[in-house]
Design a protein around this ligand. Sequence first.
Ligand code: TMP
Length: 204
Amino acid sequence: MSILKSFIVFEGLDGAGTTTQIKNLARYYEFNKREYFITNEPTGNPIGRLVREVLQKKVITTPEALALLYAADRSDHLYNPSYGITRILDEGKIVMSDRYFYSSIAYQSVECSKSLVRTINDFPSPEFLIFIDTPVEDCMKRIEKRGEEKELFDRAEFLTKVRENYLEELKRLPDGVNLLVVDGRMSIEDTEAEIRRYLSSFSL
Ligand code: TMP
């Protein structure tokens, strides 16, 4: 199992706060004059845009086709010859991604076979995985508060299964992946401080 050094992945349920935390970490690297690149999945690239259309229920497809689309978007995200993550890591930058293949294992396995999802997500692991563990009820409240149209997976029963899949997956991480589980009920500032403390203990 290969590990991508200096690759930091943030994971959590919808509404867990990964986007806020990744932005805050980027600000910290900016302040410390570290070279970094911040990204997310689904991406804003062509395959990722198609995924967004499925999430917004503008395009209807099957769970298996959606799982394949997420994996295709990820393959492009990692290996695209002009903007792929592996290229950016080779340039010596820290890369932070809001979601990676753990999202596929947690979300797509609710409706597709886990073995299919694993097979199509045979991607290298990140050196750091930060899981923001927020209870489903808190996530649902935050999603409601946004006041936006609900996306495909924004349902409490669905997210409950997603959380179980995440927790199961976190128990079987390969050696070399450094995992930090953060209690998502903490304040934004305390969460941020805990993440920084953890990463700086690895000189990141
Ligand atoms: P976002 O809310 O972080 O932008 O992610 C969009 C949605 O896509 C969210 O409900 C999580 C879901 N998702 C998957 O189901 N599988 C995946 O592989 C990824 C990256 C996201």
